[in-house]
Ligand binder design. Sequence first.
Ligand code: CAA
Length: 352
Amino acid sequence: MHGRTAGLGPSPGPVLAGETTVRHPEPSFGFPVADWSENSLGGNGIRSAVRISTSPFQSRFLEVLMSHEVNSVAVIGAGTMGSGIALIAATSGIDAFQVDVSPEQLERAKGYHAKVLARNVEKERMTEGEMVAALARITYVDSMDAAKSADWAVEAATENPEIKAKLFATMRATFPDHAVLATNTSSISITQIATATGDAADRVVGMHFFNPVPVMKLVEVIKGLATSDETVARTVALAERMGKTPIPANDRAGFVSNRVLMPLINEAFCAWMEGVAEPEAIDEIMKLGCNFPMGPLRLADFIGLDVCHDIMMVLYRELGDQKFFPCPLLRQLVTAGRLGDKSGQGVYDHSR
Ligand code: CAA
């Protein structure tokens, strides 16, 4: 029995099929990409993007998708996000190159893949044979060159514009001309990243996964200024094939997810700093009162306080609104090296 796949079993297909609410895009090859493109810089771009259409574009999308079948994906970066992306590619039947210059990081990714897949077998979400097949689909390599046959590249490296610019210039030179060059950035402008690829900017797209990748259903698909409709359509199709629910957003700082999430997290820090309540109480209130799976301060530790801080600074700089400026207490914790789960201490003590 496969039952609940948690994104690790076979793709469950379009999750939103049959939904009629205007809050979501239509599922398979679903949202009206042409409308979105026309309005991508306009104030109502998002509204257009989520309008349900009767899919007059569907056959064109199918044509495009069939002409560029994705057999293999190169995932650049083997950290938390990159290792999750390679894993769901493999469990969706796609060959994955896990690329990282650090042998330790590749080893960690390998261990993570084995652990999650073994858990899936234990939970009867997949058979032992499926686990072995998924593991065999992942090749661990230390250079992009070793992955150059991939028909898709997704970058999940450090959240630093200079590093991404270098990586995207190399990706442009390495992967075939039909390959989409996607980035998992959580806040850096897709339009900016695309400038490093010269005439391939139409193939650069945001493919924003969420942590833990095998569990979280969303992929935020972000269209930069030069991203083609074809690239967006192919990204939506690949995300669906990976068992995810792709939802479009325009290229504004923080897109939708972090523009909404980060001020919430920031406010939780301010409430703590002002003595409104202790962290445990703030988190319990949001869990029990708002049905959050984890409270905002616990989530900040999970994401990384430095990552939250950096995203808030991008929002602050790009959107120019004081409300995005990181709370002094958050800044202080980051300065002290209390970065959350990864450093053993953040808002909470994770050392035990
Ligand atoms: N990889 C794979 N599977 C994982 C996992 C991981 N890293 N972490 C948890 N799971 C699985 C567990 O194995 C478990 O599955 P089974 O028991 O069915 O085998 C299931 O998820 C539930 O895990 P737990 O029982 O350990 O704990 P939980 O019920 O508290 O769930 C959680 C853990 C899924 C992380 C949940 O707390 C949650 O959803 N938290 C919110 C996560 C979130 O908001 N993520 C987005 C962060 S923002 C971001 O990523 C983008 C950005 O740009 C900053």
